[in-house]
Design a protein around this ligand. Structure first.
Ligand code: RRO
Length: 306
C-alpha cells in the first residue's frame, strides 16, 4: 500500500494534506466551505465569529493593489448564537477538519464563543487576536502578551479541542507574543494575519477604504510572513501554520522549510479559485518525489540546520 506523502497530524488534527483555507475568505456557509474542500483543501477555517452580530464597515471594504489586497471588512458576522446552526451543517457535510475562527472583546467573551463553537462541532478553534483595524479586539489583544495569555488561558479552560492562536505581524517582537501564547496553553500558532496598510485615490485625494486603514494580504507580505514563521520556529516548540501570500507550490515549500507544518491560503484562493489547493499540493508532491523525501514532514523546518 502506498502512503500519502502529504498527510500530517497538526496539533491532533488529522489532515490529508497541509493546505488550509485561511479565515475570512468564503468562510461563512457550509456550501462555500464544501466547495473549498472539493478544491483540495486539507482543512477549512471560518470567518471570525464573535459573541454578537456585527455589520462590518461600509463599502469600500476591499482594494486590489498590484501586490495584493487591502481589506477592512470590519469583522462582519452573524454572531455565534446564529452561527452554531451553520457549524453543525458544515460539520456533518465536510470530510476534513472544521476550524472556527473566534474573536472577542474580553477573555470571557473569547472563551464563551469558543465553547459554543466547539459544542456545535468545531474540530478546533483559531483565536483571532490579530485583526489590524477593529478597535478593542484583534491586534489590541495580540500585541499585549499579558492580555493574550489571559485570553488563551480562559479559552483553554472552556474548550477541550485544539486552540490555535493567529498572530499579528504588526508587533515589535512576534517571538515574544508566540512564546506567551504557548506558555498560556496554545496548542498551535498561525503566522500571520494581514499587515496594517492603506490605499489613497489620486483622483479624489481621499483614502479608498471607508475605514481608511486596512490589512494587506497577498504576495507582498510573503517574505514578512516567512520571516515570522522562521523566527517563531527557531524559538518556540509548537506547530505553526504559515499564512501570508502563499500562491504556488514553491511558496508552500518555503514555508514548510521555514518550519510551518501546514499553510493557509486566502488571497490566492480569492483571486484564482478553489482548485489552487490541489494545484499547490500536486506541486509539493512532485518536489518531494524529485528530492527523494517520503513525506512532507521530512522538510518541515529543514532550513534551520545551517
Ligand atoms: O474582518 C476584517 O476586516 C479582517 C479581519 Br477579522 C482580520 O483578522 N484580518 C483582516 O485583514 N481583516
Amino acid at each position: 500500500m502506498t502512503t500519502n506523502p502529504l498527510k500530517i497530524n497538526f496539533a491532533g488534527l488529522k489532515l490529508k494534506n497541509p493546505t488550509v483555507l485561511a479565515s475570512g475568505i468564503l468562510g461563512y456557509s457550509a456550501e462555500s466551505l464544501m466547495s473549498i474542500v472539493e478544491g483540495g483543501a486539507g482543512a477549512v477555517i471560518t470567518k471570525s465569529i464573535g459573541a454578537e452580530p456585527r455589520a462590518g464597515y461600509a463599502n469600500p471594504t476591499v482594494v486590489q493593489t498590484k501586490c495584493g489586497l487591502v481589506n477592512a471588512m470590519g469583522l462582519p458576522n452573524p454572531g455565534i448564537d446564529a452561527y452554531v446552526q451553520e457549524i453543525r451543517r458544515a460539520k456533518s457535510a465536510l470530510s476534513v477538519p472544521l476550524i472556527v475562527s473566534v474573536y472577542g472583546y474580553s477573555a470571557e467573551e473569547y472563551a464563551a464563543t469558543a465553547r459554543k463553537a466547539a459544542e456545535a462541532g468545531a474540530d478546533a478553534v483559531e483565536l483571532n487576536v490579530s485583526c489590524p483595524h477593529v478597535k478593542e479586539t484583534g491586534s489590541e489583544i495580540g500585541q499585549n502578551p499579558a492580555v493574550l495569555s489571559e485570553v488563551v488561558r480562559k479559552v483553554k479552560a472552556a474548550v477541550h479541542k485544539p486552540v490555535i492562536v493567529k498572530l499579528s505581524p504588526n508587533v515589535t517582537d512576534i517571538v515574544e507574543v508566540a512564546q506567551a501564547a504557548v506558555k498560556a496553553g496554545a496548542d498551535a500558532l498561525t503566522a500571520v494575519n494581514t499587515v496594517k496598510a492603506m490605499a489613497i485615490d489620486a483622483e479624489t485625494a481621499l483614502p479608498i477604504l471607508s475605514n481608511k486603514h486596512g490589512g494587506l494580504s497577498g504576495p507582498a507580505i510573503k517574505p514578512i510572513a516567512l520571516r515570522c514563521v522562521y523566527d517563531i520556529c527557531e524559538r518556540v516548540k509548537a506547530p505553526v501554520m504559515g499564512c501570508g501570500g502563499i500562491t504556488n507550490w514553491r511558496d508552500a515549500v518555503e514555508f514548510y522549510l521555514a518550519g510551518a507544518s501546514a499553510v493557509q491560503i486566502g488571497t490566492a484562493m480569492a483571486l484564482n479559485g478553489s482548485s489552487i489547493f490541489t494545484t499547490i499540493n500536486r506541486g509539493v508532491e512532485t518536489y518531494l518525489k524529485k528530492k527523494k523525501f517520503r513525506s512532507v514532514t521530512e522538510i518541515v523546518g529543514l532550513s534551520h540546520r545551517s
